[in-house]
Design a protein around this ligand. Structure first.
Ligand SMILES: Cc1cc2nc3c(=O)[nH]c(=O)nc-3n(C[C@H](O)[C@H](O)[C@H](O)COP(=O)(O)OP(=O)(O)OC[C@H]3O[C@@H](n4cnc5c(N)ncnc54)[C@H](O)[C@@H]3O)c2cc1C
Length: 471
């Protein structure tokens, strides 16, 4: 028995050695092709790219090399070499997907870091903006805001464009194609839920719309206000049908300093008006706020404020679910999570939180009209994000186990009450959540058909690690 274990350990380490030496060979080959932009573990550029991931688990991965292309044609050469040699690789834009391996890889492969593909440009009529994936939203807003323009983007300025939207794309055979409603329309559709299945997107063109100053910020309240604020959020979600220009998101979060839970309401409105009717239900809470950053300013400042509330560099876990508009179930799920994580939050530095965001029925109708592959259905919904932050790597397994237990219970309770919606938002999901299982069989079959056309040998399924893979 012992002999067998030793033998299998030897086989595994030899296999790991072989994979790592292939990765080193791939890096050496890429170094010859784009000599100035392949970085190795002792290079300053390698270290700088590694520390700019949002989560510490991603930073802890050390690829054989990091490759930073400056043009789509270089991306094409990299993919071509990777698929010829059989190299494993990961792709990173803003580095804000949190789970380990989602956009980074260990010594068994290399990481394509798109940080140098970061231009933001405007068409001559200013009706469209073309963004490259390495540009964070702060750069997009900084460029467009002085012109009183914006695009639909992220609420936290530090997040990357890459994982968000999907233009111009490098396919598994290294060819560069355009995906739009009129060109490769099937691919364009599939990229709506494409993750790492179809190719590396090297630019996106988005419609611009006018935006001057706006109103927004965050108030914090005592956690005892949670029932009333969740009722406010349910009403707010319904009111979006009359005025879709606003966002209110609620976070119930452990505060390490006060050693208790706090409640945060983050708010944004696309006009420079304080407390328009859409937010009338929020105004009565403001006198009791323990902090208040609500102000009229520009989108750059507001998204920087939101990003400041969620800094990089910690170990983090994100898991998601979707409920019907039922404040009571959210409250009970929160109470369950508080109990489940009570011993862990007592450990210095561990913070557990629940974030709840509205999905109004008109958003759902719009995605249905666009035939979005995510298969979002239903009426008005609450998008739920369970979020854990900690520092001690020895807690990784226990936090994962608790999060699973929390999700299973929350799913069970919501299902029992008939308030569980099948939607799992890809951007908020843990890597183990079954993103493609809940989109409906017809959407899944169509996505798989597009995959067969654009990556017939499933090269990207086998070699590109990270993201969510089509079953
Ligand atoms: C603080 C914070 C705030 C957030 N706010 C929002 C929000 O307001 N709205 C929202 O929807 N989500 C939000 N998210 C979630 C975020 O959108 C996702 O995590 C998203 O995947 C991040 O994109 P990125 O480019 O930064 O990530 P990365 O980690 O670089 O990439 C994410 C995934 O996309 C793949 N990928 C990267 N670049 C490309 C490319 N060019 N072509 C193809 N695949 C690529 C990667 O391989 C990886 O699988 C937030 C996350 C954080 C941490």
């Amino acid at each position: 028995m012992r002999f067998l274990l030793l033998l299998s350990a030897l086989v595994l380490s030899t296999a790991a050695g072989t994979v790592e030496s292939l990765a080193n060979q791939c890096c050496a080959t890429l170094s010859n092709i784009i000599p100035n932009n392949v970085f190795f573990p002792n290079d300053t550029a390698y270290m700088q790219e590694e520390i700019t991931y949002y989560s510490a688990q991603q930073t802890s991965q050390k690829p054989a090399c990091r490759v930073s292309p400056t043009t789509a044609s270089e991306v094409s050469q990299i993919i071509d070499q990777a698929t010829r040699l059989g190299c494993h690789f990961a792709v990173r834009s803003g580095g804000h997907m949190n789970w380990k391996g989602s956009s980074n890889i260990g010594p068994s492969g290399f990481t394509i870091d798109l940080e140098q593909l970061n231009s933001v440009s405007l068409s001559s009529d200013q009706k469209t903006a073309t963004l490259q994936p390495g540009a964070p939203w702060s750069q997009v807003y900084d460029t467009l805001s002085p012109l009183n323009l914006t695009v639909v983007g992220g609420r936290a300025s530090t997040v990357g464009v890459g994982g968000f939207l999907m233009g111009e794309i490098v396919l598994s055979n290294g060819t560069i194609v355009t995906a739009s409603a009129s060109e490769n329309a099937d691919l364009h559709w599939a990229l709506g839920l494409g993750s790492t299945n179809y190719g590396v997107v090297t630019s996106y063109t988005l419609e611009t719309f006018p935006l001057g100053d706006m109103w927004g910020g965050t108030i914090s309240l005592d956690i005892s206000q949670a029932p009333a604020i969740l009722n406010y959020l349910a009403n707010f979600t319904l009111k979006l049908a009359d005025d879709p220009r606003g966002l209110s998101a609620v976070t119930l979060a452990w505060n390490e300093t006060s050693r208790d839970y706090d409640l945060f309401v983050s708010t944004a409105y696309l006009l420079p008006v304080s407390f328009p009717p859409l937010f009338s239900g929020l105004e009565p809470f403001v006198p009791d706020a323990t902090s208040d950053t609500l102000t009229i300013t520009n989108i750059t400042a507001i998204t920087a404020d939101f990003a400041a509330g969620d800094p990089s560099g910690f170990r983090t876990a994100w898991w998601t679910l979707t409920f019907e508009l039922d404040p009571q179930t959210v409250l009970e799920v929160f109470q369950y999570g508080q109990e489940l994580f009570s011993d862990l939050v007592a450990v210095n530095g561990t913070q557990w939180s629940l974030n709840i965001q509205p999905i109004n029925q008109d958003f759902i109708k719009a995605t249905e009209a666009a035939n979005n592959p995510a298969g979002l259905e239903g009426d008005n919904l609450f998008l739920i994000l369970e979020h854990v932050i900690w520092t001690d790597a020895s807690l990784d397994d226990v936090i994962e186990a608790r999060s699973r237990e929390f999700l299973a219970w929350a799913e069970f309770i919501a299902s029992e009450r008939g308030v569980l919606n099948r939607f799992l938002y890809l951007n908020y999901a843990d890597g183990s959540q079954p993103i493609y299982k809940q989109i409906g069989s017809s959407n899944l079959a169509s996505l798989q058909e597009v995959k067969r056309q654009y990556d017939p040998d499933n090269l990207l399924g086998r070699l590109w690690k990270g993201g969510f893979k089509l079953p």
